[in-house]
Design a protein around this ligand. Structure first.
Ligand code: T5A
Length: 208
């Protein structure tokens, strides 16, 4: 089972994944937890280039760095885990490229879909949990966390974008969820983490 978690900045993806991972562990379900960018050796090198506020990336260069990370991540990490019959829990994946580089930066959505198919050899998630919330709430959370953890410079490039950019991304994710309702589960990310966990577990067919 390949599960991705998506959403705008500060939606609570890592927090939900921590809880979900603990729950799978408790039930003896073998899983791999990973993320993009940065879920493989190549991605770990690319992550600072993509997220540091000092990076001056052309939007096409940005796109191809995300795709390079994804191609290697699928080949080296995700596909082997699925072949071992493990669950894969991934924090962001191809829907993020379409939401951020497509809806956010204005690149052609169909072309991005094709490029993602090519990078992943057609691997799309079985289930996608979309954490949806007002962008201001998410940005406040993400900026507060980055401030506390000293990550504002090293991880803050997207958080620094204007509000309208993040609003387009939120709408982009919701568009995708409406187009593939059997894959997406939309969760109200303003709820408490434990409530989100219960909804995610039932959506994934895990009875609590
Ligand atoms: N990107 C990524 C692209 O543009 N294209 C792509 O193809 C890909 C893959 C990645 C950036 O790259 C962009 C998108 C991103 O901008 P990242 O550092 O990996 O950056 O960061 P994100 O994935 O965006 O993670 P966030 O910083 O948004 O955070 P999370 O994981 O969504 O949120 P989390 O769990 O860390 O929570 C944030 C804060 O909120 C609190 C937490 O305690 C924490 O302080 N919180 C809650 N508070 C109240 N209620 C809840 N339910 C809460 N859940 C968490």
């Amino acid at each position: 089972m390949f599960v991705t978690v998506e959403g705008v900045e500060g939606a609570g993806k890592s927090t939900l994944l921590n809880l979900l991972a603990r729950e799978l562990e408790r039930r003896g379900i073998a899983f791999l937890r990973t993320r993009e960018p940065g879920g493989c050796g190549l991605g770990a090198s690319l992550r600072p280039l993509l997220l540091d506020v000092s990076s001056r990336l052309d939007s096409r260069a940005e796109l191809f760095l995300f795709l390079a990370d994804r191609a290697q991540h699928v080949a080296e990490t995700i596909r082997p885990a699925l072949e071992r019959d493990e669950w894969v829990l991934c924090d962001r994946y191809a829907d993020s490229t379409i939401a951020y580089q497509g809806y956010g930066r204005g690149m052609d959505i169909d072309r991005l879909q094709t490029l993602n198919d090519y990078a992943t050899k057609g691997l799309w998630p079985d289930r996608t949990l979309l954490l949806d919330l007002p962008v201001e709430t998410g940005l406040d959370r993400a900026r507060a966390r980055n401030g506390r953890e000293g990550l504002s410079a090293s991880e803050g490039r997207f958080e620094a974008e204007e509000k309208a950019f993040h609003q387009r991304i939120r709408e982009g994710f919701l568009d995708r969820a409406a187009r593939w309702p059997e894959r997406f589960q939309i969760l109200d990310a303003t709820l408490a983490p434990q409530q989100l966990l219960q909804q995610a577990l039932s959506g994934l067919g895990i009875v609590s």
